[in-house]
Design a protein around this ligand. Structure first.
Ligand code: ADP
Ligand code: MG
Length: 698
């Protein structure tokens, strides 16, 4: 047995390799860029590129690629070989500093929301030195991968990494400014930490292949819920089946080779649903790693005859999948700003960070909902099995009491401050046991971090982290302004004065109860909390004045970039729905109706035989009638859905809303009849694997 640490990161151009292959000077300069945010010294790019190439070739790579995160989701890459002509026209292998820093993929097919018209379709990718280069392994092929951002030639954002990096810069400035006010001279730079928990389903490839809906849409559009679904709840944390254990072992192994710190693996609530959590890291890395995890999973699954389903809702009637994004802020001294401590000033800092996030959630609930909105996640949010679409914060009883106490302070003296400090210090002991009990909350405080649970399992977590950073920076900005009003005062007293206001103002977003209940839906509405039911309803939040101001004020996106983002999201939504509708129509017509036809002719034949034999064929005739009714109903719904798909609308929002409100309903009606047919038609005629099989423990 080899130890994990023996091969951890063997596919990464990591510090160990860099120390071996770079000169001291180059190494130090690169580290300064990675850890202190110093601008990259151009003169070292040539050396780094050379060292990367030599290392990659020694590992068997022939090509390199810039790897980036287009707005449509997932990742993108374009491979180039290292070969070029030498001065005397010989083929040599070369990778220049220029090639490392910048590349020009043919970007015309990436959505830009109108930012690039086709005649100026060029975009470029630029190296992000804060995320290490690594080797992509596809079968035996190895490619040197350069994590990059993606911009248009006019400097506009075309990806998800650029806004993320900008949001960190802004949060950094806001945090450090507040630290100075609190008298902290040691904090110079913050890190945003993120530990994503990835949920996923596994299905046998053989069964998956029988289902065009799974293959094309990633989710089942039809399928009767089996008698034994997840009612028994016997899968959660249950023993992991052997083949699955081997899959997970291989997956972890592959992740370790890529320097990805996979930590926890277990069964989830639904049959064949699992979770993989990573140790938390700098969020930039955690995001890049999560994107790799989603890719690596698919490859490893293939070796086992499995398919990984990352869709938020592969099956109706059983739980969907999310990606809990754990988020916290720490600084160069190692202090975690969401961690209670023995030091009173750190505890003030903890409460202020908490207050800042509450201000942000209070003001930008609509934005938080919008940043996780897509066709897949619409099936989860608000569907009583995942966090509701109302963005509230769960703090746990202990912290809630503490905040109530602060809200009600009328006399700030040494004693009250000491009490509060003691309260915060006791928090970890209490929250270990209690903080994570409420699974119905979209944003929960879990001891030393916040857990944003509304993120979809297939989504790039980058947008969620970006928004958390921005709204926290917004809150810190307000807090700082208020503290500056009484600059001369004792800083702790001043902070508590501000916190008292903040906690009062944001009371409506604190919710400790059952987020799935109807009562909360009503209460949320009366509190004025946004509660968008689906993507087209959620997206307009992006275009409100408050959000535009936030985006521009935090220098994350310009108004033009923001509008482009909304266009892309709408377009993606419309395309996704259209593909689902068309797939459903096609399956109903070419698979389901023929199956019913076979059943009808079998039954009709039986009726005739019974009659010939002089038996009573009444019951069989009734059956035939039932099949006929189903057949006609399905036909009717196919035609209705087809008309709806082809209806033209005046703009994208109208179209998206029409799909969400009208066509989706028709799809569900079609599904209902098909599922009824599934329960009646003979097994031998049913043209695809049923839920019962798909969800059978592997
Ligand atoms: P739970 O199931 O209670 O949410 P897990 O242990 O499954 O707990 O998940 C915790 C996740 O939170 C892990 O991915 C871990 O890396 C991450 N995490 C832990 N501490 C922090 C932190 N300070 N900042 C960000 N993420 C964290
Ligand atoms: Mg969790």
């Amino acid at each position: 047995m080899t130890k994990i640490t023996d091969y951890f990161g063997e596919l990464v151009f990591n510090k160990k390799v860099m120390r071996e292959r770079l000169s001291n000077d180059t190494y130090e300069k690169l580290m300064a860029t990675i850890y202190n945010g110093s601008p990259l010294d151009d003169s070292i790019a040539e050396n780094i590129a050379h060292a990367m190439k030599e290392w990659a070739i020694s590992q068997g790579a022939t090509h390199f690629t810039h790897w980036f995160q287009p707005q449509r989701g997932g990742t993108a890459e374009k491979h180039d070989s290292f070969i070029t002509y030498s001065h005397d026209n010989e083929i040599i292998e070369r990778f220049s500093g220029k090639q490392l820093i910048q590349s020009e993929p043919d970007a015309s097919s990436f959505p830009s929301g109108g930012i690039r018209s086709t005649f100026e379709a060029r975009g470029y990718t630029a190296w992000d030195p804060t995320s290490p280069a690594f080797l992509l392994e596809t079968g035996k092929t190895k490619t040197l991968v350069i994590p990059s951002v993606f911009l248009s030639w006019t400097g506009e954002v075309l990806d998800l990494k650029t806004p993320y990096l900008r949001s960190v810069r802004c949060l950094n400035d806001a945090c450090i400014k507040l630290q100075r006010i609190l008298g902290n001279r040691l904090a110079r730079r913050i890190t945003v930490n993120c530990g994503p928990e990835q949920e996923y389903f596994i299905v046998s490839k053989k069964l998956y292949d029988t289902r065009p809906d799974l293959r094309i849409c990633g989710r089942t559009l039809f399928g009767a819920v089996p008698p034994k679904g997840q009612q028994m709840e016997d899968h959660y944390f249950g023993a992991i089946p052997e083949k699955m254990t081997r899959f997970m072992e291989k997956l972890d192994h592959e992740l370790y080779r890529r320097g990805i710190p996979a930590k926890t693996r277990h069964n989830e609530v639904s049959p064949n649903q699992f979770e993989l959590a990573l140790l938390f890291e700098d969020a930039n890395l955690a995001i890049d790693h999560n994107l790799q995890v989603m890719n690596v999973m698919k490859g490893v699954a293939d070796e086992f005859g499995f398919v990984v389903l990352l869709h938020e809702k592969p099956y109706a009637g059983v739980n969907g999948s999310g990606k809990h994004v754990n988020w916290s802020i720490s600084d160069n001294t190692g202090a975690n700003y969401l961690e209670p401590s023995a030091s009173p000033l750190k505890n003030i800092n903890f409460l202020l960070t908490l207050g800042a996030l509450m201000l942000g959630v209070d003001k930008f609930g609509g934005l938080l909902r919008a940043c996780v909105a897509d066709a897949g996640n619409d099936h989860r949010l608000g569907a009583n099995e995942a966090p509701p679409a109302i963005m509230s914060i769960y703090l746990g009883e202990y912290l809630t009491n503490l905040i109530d106490q602060i809200e009600n302070i009328d006399n700030l003296n040494e004693q009250t401050m000491a009490n509060i400090n003691l309260g915060v210090r006791n928090l970890p002991k209490i929250s270990k046991d209690y903080s994570d009990r409420n699974r119905t909350s979209p944003i929960a405080f879990t001891g030393n971090k916040f857990e944003f649970r509304a993120v979809g399992s297939s989504q790039n977590p980058s947008e969620a982290v970006t928004v958390l950073n921005q709204i926290c920076a917004y809150g810190l900005f307000i807090i700082e302004k208020r503290m500056m009003q009484e600059k001369g005062k004792d800083v702790r007293e001043n902070a508590l004065r501000v916190l008292k206001e903040v906690f009062k103002e944001t009371r409506r977003i604190r919710f400790e109860g059952n987020g799935y209940s109807d009562a909360w839906q009503k209460e949320g509405a009366s509190l004025g909390l946004p509660n968008a039911k689906n993507t087209p309803a959620a997206l307009p939040s992006y275009l409100t004045k408050d959000v535009i101001d936030l985006m521009e004020g935090t220098h994350v996106l310009t108004e033009r970039e923001l509008k482009a983002k909304v266009d892309i999201k709408l377009e993606t939504y419309i395309k996704t729905k259209e593909i689902e509708f068309k797939t459903a129509i096609n399956m109903a017509r070419t698979l389901i109706l023929p199956a019913i036809t076979k059943q009808i002719s079998l039954t009709a034949g039986a009726v005739a035989n019974m009659k010939n034999a002089g038996c009573n064929s009444e019951l069989l005739l009734q059956d035939a009638k039932t099949y006929e009714v189903l057949y006609l109903k399905i036909k009717e719904k196919i035609i209705e859905l087809e008309e709806q798909v082809n209806t033209s609308k005046k703009d994208m929002f109208s179209k998206a809303n029409f799909y969400a409100d009208i066509a989706e309903k028709t799809l569900l009606e079609l599904r209902k009849v098909v599922d009824k047919a599934e329960e009646l038609v003979a097994n031998e005629f049913w043209p695809m694997a049923k839920y019962q099989e798909l969800l059978t423990i592997l």
